[in-house]
Design a protein around this ligand. Structure first.
Ligand code: GLN
Ligand code: ZN
Length: 778
């Protein structure tokens, strides 16, 4: 260690990088389209980072105390760590610079990209490192140093941030060809050596602090048991922090998204200079022992990086005081304030927003804290920590006042909604036995073996997007919009009939997004205009804000579905989004338990399900692609979560008659840990992403004794490739060897809204043909 700069009392773990005006999205997309060259992209990056630093200084972080984290990435922070250590799979050979960077992220004409999956329990997607015994691992990229040096040139001493070595390997998958049972963690020593080399360069460039993010240390949901990850971290950080390892910045190791207490002793013993704990997800830890934290600053992540609610400053100050007592009784060198996670999960600034309802507009501005407001909360709390609570008495009083006003505001507590949730019984969540339903549905639907269907959405043409946008702006009146959408529905129904699918859909042309669409219609939600959050790469979403009690003022999907059904004698499937997914892809309120929010949404959906049924809809699908995403990282919390999640789905769907068929759809995840819950949903048919993971979910489900209808996806919709009839028949045939034929459905992996019509039509024709071929063989 060459520096003695103390850790700043106020910091954040990371800041949104997309830009207030989504400048990053525009720049990288212009680059991909060939409209902005590499230098232009670098200039855009520099402008954005520079503006971010200046903004953070304006908001109260320090210019030269390393309190500004550099969390910029052109595409993904995990990709940057992969580049840092040069862990590039062989198939990308021959590419370099930005071409290599974006080929890893998105593939190119001849190479498939790295896989993408969700980052801990968030809706952010990272690129999955592929690491095998022979993957090259050594420091090959200076970007992190260049960014630091460039900012220093602007007069700002930033704190470079890297995904930590243990987390990087814990999230990696074994490269193709690695021996069975081999774990990427076997390469830890080499990764640590590469990080040491990077830290040496940072020290040389003058960085007083660097931050290494180690959220893997809080998760029980990774392939490697948490105890082993913590042990590995002990080893890794002993080497990284070793006194004889040469010059390096002081190290902050963070443990966001969960409870880092178990990792605290190992990290402290390793000799890192600061340790961050997420005190939103977990309580203040016990003091680890009189000298256990000597030389370490404890950084309390008390401002929530995952929600958009203004903090309860009194409560946060209490936690910080408790943390300071732990620090003092363990010989720590200090206590500091931070966010619980990076702020990359929240939008930039509430000041960019306005809501049409003047009352709600005023209220929401008080209730909400986006990234910039959270920085303000951190600096306020840090002032309290330095100068005593009385120094921030007026801010605390204001925070109390806002919370009290919010609790009393109209719509936050709707007695009729509360009463209805309270009166839910187990019977409301239960249907008659499956055999009775199966027989009634078979009579009503008269489907062949291996019935074919899709997951709901059809390609969203530019024309449809334009019509929706024009309607939203008020340039297209309701009647014209309705006839435009109806024409699309009619076209999609005719196409499906002509292709010969068995269970049809209306195609979802009226939906911008499967959650926002419902949020716009339910009471209790506000949707934002500028509340963009990075989902992956240049892709952003605008999560809705669930602020009040949820109920359904009027039917939402019924007219479209009924219209679709009026056009065909084949069954049309109604299409809804489930309670867990609505919560996962919104910013939910936290003043009542999520289980209660789940039941409120479930009852609103139950009304919609009942109206669909009354309108003659024979099949209703309730999508729950986020069921696995919300699974808590700690194993001890799984059972509670799964109980309410499953209960909410059942409350939404169990009101129907036996002859109404309930479908659900799951995707984007590994399902091994939640098979009980999938069975517990008690859906008549479950369609599940399978093609992309080579059908690995099927034997698991079969072994689990799953006895309802199951539609393993046979087309990976992430690619425009058209699988042949033979290939599809092969997959269906393989499925039929694992699962009894009478249970099997034939469908794509997921909705088709990101696909184009040519490949969609061609593949659906092949899919129907493949189902027919296999039907004849059995
Ligand atoms: N019904 C939705 C669609 O087809 C499901 C999307 C999803 O699973 N993410 O688009
Ligand atoms: Zn899906």
């Amino acid at each position: 260690m060459t520096t003695t700069t103390p850790f700043p009392t106020a910091t954040i773990l990371g800041y949104p990088r997309i830009g207030r005006g989504r400048e990053l999205k525009r720049a990288v997309e212009a680059h991909w389209a060939g409209r902005l060259d590499a230098d232009g992209l670098r200039t855009a990056e520099a402008e954005l980072r520079h503006a971010t630093h200046e903004r953070l200084i304006e908001l109260g972080l320090g210019r030269d105390d390393a309190s500004i984290p550099e969390t910029f990435a052109l595409y993904d922070q995990v990709l940057d760590a992969i580049s840092l250590i040069g862990a590039v799979p062989q198939r990308f050979a021959g590419r370099e610079g930005l071409d290599l960077h974006f080929a890893l992220a998105r593939g190119d004409a001849t190479v498939a990209p790295l896989e993408m999956t969700k980052w801990f329990d968030t809706n952010y997607h990272y690129l999955v490192p592929e690491i095998g015994p022979d993957t090259p691992i050594r420091l090959t990229d200076r970007t992190v140093v260049d960014r630091f040096a460039q900012a220093l040139g602007w007069g700002v001493t930033t704190r470079p941030v890297l995904v930590g070595p243990v987390t990087l390997l814990a999230l990696a998958k074994a490269a193709d060809g690695a021996p069975a049972g081999w774990s990427p963690l076997e390469r830890l020593d080499e990764v640590v050596a590469a990080y040491r080399a990077a830290l040496a360069l940072l020290a040389e460039a003058g960085a007083p602090w660097a931050q290494l993010d180690e959220p893997a240390l809080v998760s029980d949901n990774l392939p490697t048991p948490r105890g082993l990850l913590i042990e590995a971290a002990g080893r890794a950080y002993r080497r990284l922090a070793a006194p004889d390892a040469g010059p390096r910045p002081a190290l902050l190791v963070t443990t966001p998204y969960g409870d880092g207490a178990a990792a605290l002793p190992a990290l402290a013993a390793a000799g890192v200079e600061a340790i961050h704990l997420d005190l939103v997800r977990a309580g203040v830890p016990e003091a680890p022992g009189p000298r256990a934290l000597a030389g370490t600053t404890l950084v309390g992540g008390v401002v929530d990086g995952r929600n958009i609610w203004a903090a309860d400053l009194a409560e946060a100050a209490d936690r910080l005081e408790a943390l300071r007592r732990v620090a003092e009784s363990s010989g720590a060198s200090g206590t500091a304030v931070a966010t619980s996670t990076s702020l990359q999960h929240v939008p930039h600034d509430t000041a960019l927003e306005h809501w049409d309802d003047p009352v709600l507009d005023t209220a929401l501005h008080d209730w909400l804290a986006f990234a910039d407001q959270k920085v303000g909360e951190v600096t306020t709390l840090a002032r309290g920590l330095r100068a005593g609570r009385s120094a921030i008495a007026s801010e605390i009083a204001r925070s109390q006042k806002v919370l009290a006003e919010r609790a009393e505001a109209p719509g936050v507590c709707v007695p009729a909604v509360r009463a209805r949730v309270a009166s839910l019984t187990e019977a409301d969540r239960a249907r008659v036995g499956y055999p009775v339903r199966e027989a009634a549905q078979a009579r009503r639907l008269g489907l062949p073996n291996l019935p074919t269907t899709t997951i709901g959405s059809f390609p969203q043409t530019a024309d449809i997007r334009r019509a929706r946008a024009a309607h939203a702006r008020g340039e297209l009146d309701d009647a014209a919009y309705e006839s435009r959408i109806k024409a699309e529905v009619a076209r999609v129904i005719a196409l499906q009939e002509e292709i010969g699918l068995d269970v049809l859909v209306h195609g979802e042309p009226e939906r911008n997004d499967m959650v926002q669409y419902f949020a716009e219609q339910f009471a209790g939600f506000a949707v934002t205009r500028e509340g963009w959050v990075q989902s992956y790469g240049s892709r952003c979403t605008r999560p809705s804000i669930l602020w009040g009690d949820v109920w359904r003022p009027e039917p939402i999907t019924v007219p479209w579905t009924a219209y679709a059904q009026s056009l065909t004698s084949r069954p049309v499937k109604g299409m809804l989004t489930g309670p867990v997914t609505i919560i996962a892809w919104s910013f939910p309120r936290e003043d009542i338990p999520l289980s209660e929010v789940g039941d409120q949404i479930a009852l609103a959906l139950r009304d919609e399900v009942a109206d669909l049924e009354d309108a003659g809809t024979p099949v209703i699908q309730v999508d729950e692609p986020a069921l696995r995403e919300l699974l808590p990282l700690e194993a001890s919390r799984h059972a509670d979560y799964l109980a309410w999640a499953v209960g909410a789905f059942r409350a939404a769907t169990a009101g129907v008659r036996p002859e109404t068929q309930i479908h659900t759809h799951l995707c984007y995840s590994e399902f091994g840990q939640i098979l009980d819950a999938i069975a517990g949903l008690d859906a008549d048919v479950t369609s599940i992403e399978a093609a992309r993971s080579r059908m690995e979910v099927l034997p698991e489900l079969a072994a689990h004794g799953f006895a309802r209808g199951i539609g393993p996806g046979v087309w990976d919709i992430h690619s425009p490739r058209v699988p042949s009839v033979e290939e599809l028949a092969g997959l269906i045939g393989a499925a039929a060897r694992t699962v009894p034929v009478h249970q099997l459905w034939v469908n794509p992996d997921c909705g088709l809204k990101t696909r184009a019509y040519p490949e969609t039509e061609a593949t659906l024709r092949n899919l129907v043909q493949a189902a027919r071929t296999v039907r004849e063989r059995i």
